[in-house]
Design a protein around this ligand. Structure first.
Ligand code: A3P
Length: 329
């Protein structure tokens, strides 16, 4: 059953800095216990924090996509930072040769490729994005079905990065443990894990999020490119080529010969980004520490967190929910 707290208590805690419209909207939505806020709410079929819902509705109502726009989409902890670095490095390789001073050496990827909901439309901001140079590069965690129509109906293109749910859960757990306010009290791994399996985690259920982009990538391969964290780890050169081609800027034979793809792979690698001064301090998304965005960066680290029984349960959820989709891990 759903965890229900008395309205008076939760409304006060959740409602800080929210617009009147958003407060009204929250009152009508189902809610559950949250990780970083007392509650998360079910908005358009996915779970979100109050402030995110406010930002997402603003994004949905005010963002005007252009045909040249490029949107990077992920579930949290699926490799967003990496995808942002790779897409940015690919698009900016000509004006800024990768070997000399590259913006990725001095800026966190989240400052180079802003989130639509976490940054641009956060805190009731209505940014003027019309003067940004084209192609504009943005990022989002919003599920495909809830993207504004101007994105889904225009010729703008979307790149999705997906990660094995076992590792995605482990990564989320380590990250959220650092981000959970003390005032909310502790949350046990068992509890967090059951929430994840039920789908009640930020932008979840994870299977709905993945399948939304997966199906679109099959029906409209020119519209959505579907990448996997694991495939990218295994063959970075091949995936960088796919990504560059999809973004409309394929590598030339000369670039291949000169080793440009390898240079981009190195620039965006976990080891390189993690060790940069800019990524060891500061905060580029909300109150999250940049250094916490780089933990281990490997495939299969879930074995160090989940018991065999937990893994079995999650694999069962994956099999059941992804059945018949051809999406597997
Ligand atoms: P782990 O916690 O498993 O190490 P996001 O960027 O979506 O928040 O995802 C964070 C996850 O991606 C973390 O996983 C982080 O270590 C990993 N990551 C960050 N930068 C990376 C990179 N350049 N290459 C590979 N993985 C990276």
């Amino acid at each position: 059953g759903r965890t229900q707290f008395p309205k008076s208590q939760s409304a006060a805690e959740d409602a800080e800095e929210l617009s009147h419209e958003c407060k009204e909207l929250l009152l009508s939505l189902p809610k559950e216990r949250g990780w970083r806020t007392p509650h998360i709410y079910l908005y358009q079929g996915f779970w979100c924090q109050p402030k995110e819902i406010q930002a997402i509705t603003n994004f949905q109502h005010h963002f005007q996509a252009r045909d040249t726009d490029l949107i990077l989409a992920t579930m949290p902890k699926a490799g967003t930072t990496w995808l942002k670095a790779m897409a940015f490095a690919i698009l900016n390789r000509k004006p800024i040769p990768v070997s000399t001073t590259h913006p990725l050496h001095t800026s966190n990827p989240h400052d180079l490729v802003p989130f639509l909901e976490y940054k641009l439309y956060a805190n009731n901001n209505f940014p003027d994005l019309s003067k940004l140079p084209q192609p504009r590069l943005f990022a989002t965690h919003v599920p495909f079905a809830s993207l504004p129509e101007s994105i889904t109906k225009s010729n703008s293109r979307v790149v999705y990065m997906c990660r094995n749910p076992l590792d995605a859960f482990a990564s989320s757990w380590h990250f959220l443990m650092k981000a959970r306010p003390e005032s909310l009290g502790p949350i046990s791994i068992e509890e967090g894990f059951q929430m994840y399996c039920k789908g009640s985690m930020a932008f979840g259920p994870f299977w709905k999020h993945m399948l939304g982009y997966w199906k679109e990538s099959i029906e409209r391969p020119h519209k959505v490119l579907f990448l996997k964290y694991e495939d990218t780890k295994e063959d970075i050169i091949f995936q960088l080529k796919r990504l560059a081609k999809f973004l409309g800027v394929p590598f030339s034979l000369e670039e291949e010969r000169k080793g440009v793809i390898e240079e981009i792979a190195r620039l965006c690698s976990f080891e390189n980004l993690k060790n940069l001064e800019v990524n060891q301090s500061g905060k580029s998304i909300g109150y999250f520490e940049n250094k916490d965005l780089f933990r281990k960066g490997v495939v299969g680290d879930w074995v160090n967190l989940l018991t065999p029984l937990m893994a079995k349960q999650l694999v069962q959820v994956m099999e059941e929910k992804l059945e018949g989709s051809d999406l597997s891990f």
